[in-house]
Design a protein around this ligand. Structure first.
Ligand SMILES: Nc1ncnc2c1ncn2[C@@H]1O[C@H](COP(=O)(O)OP(=O)(O)O)[C@@H](O)[C@H]1O
Ligand SMILES: [Mg+2]
Length: 168
């Protein structure tokens, strides 16, 4: 039996787990044009669940840019989604949070690195990473042991949420 070189990362695996984060969730998505809209809805719902709704606008935008890039990196030269062994390539969106910050991670199977551009006013492309840089504390990327892809991440400070205004 051969093992696919593109076996998905086991995010629950010891190497990739995030045990110190009180909140964590992973969303697998096929590399389809609908993925950015799915991740925006997901991020908004999860942050509401975690009582971090004030981060939703920024986090949605950042996650959407990260996923747009990951999907683009997972398409062929004709813009068709990549299939490996008959299976649609996937991206994995992981959200991790504690009282101080929210970490957004987008894992994709492309070995290529994100390359920040210097978009001119008339340029239509090249603004995603600039935007992420401006809207987050820090971002970066890293290769992942045991699989061919990488994870691109961005960290946002968590604003303290007010208790429910309608209470009492
Ligand atoms: N996940 C990724 N995988 C591979 N390359 C990426 C990824 N994200 C970004 N890049 C590279 O970085 C470049 C800049 O990304 P970005 O600032 O979002 O601009 P744009 O997506 O409009 O090209 C992309 O053109 C691409 O070459
Ligand atoms: Mg982009």
């Amino acid at each position: 039996m051969t093992t696919s070189a593109c076996t998905v990362p086991t995010l629950a695996d010891e190497r990739h787990a995030a045990p110190r984060w009180p909140h964590s969730t992973v969303l697998p998505l096929g590399v389809l044009p609908t993925a950015p809209a799915c991740v925006r809805a997901h991020v908004r719902l999860v942050l509401a669940e975690w009582n971090m709704a004030s981060l939703a606008d920024t986090a949605e935008l950042v996650a959407s840019e990260l996923v747009t890039n990951a999907v683009l990196a997972s398409t062929d030269a004709d813009g068709h989604p990549l299939y490996r062994g008959g299976t649609l390539a996937m991206v994995y969106v992981r959200m991790l949070a504690d009282h101080a910050r929210l970490l957004l991670e987008v894992w994709d199977t492309s070995p290529a690195a994100p390359v920040p551009m210097h978009a001119e006013p008339d340029d239509e492309n090249g603004r995603g990473l600039q935007l992420i840089d401006a809207m987050t504390d820090k971002w970066g990327w890293t290769s992942v042991d045991g699989w061919p892809g990488k994870v691109v991440w961005a960290a946002l400070p968590a604003a303290p949420e007010r208790p429910d205004d309608t209470a009492g």
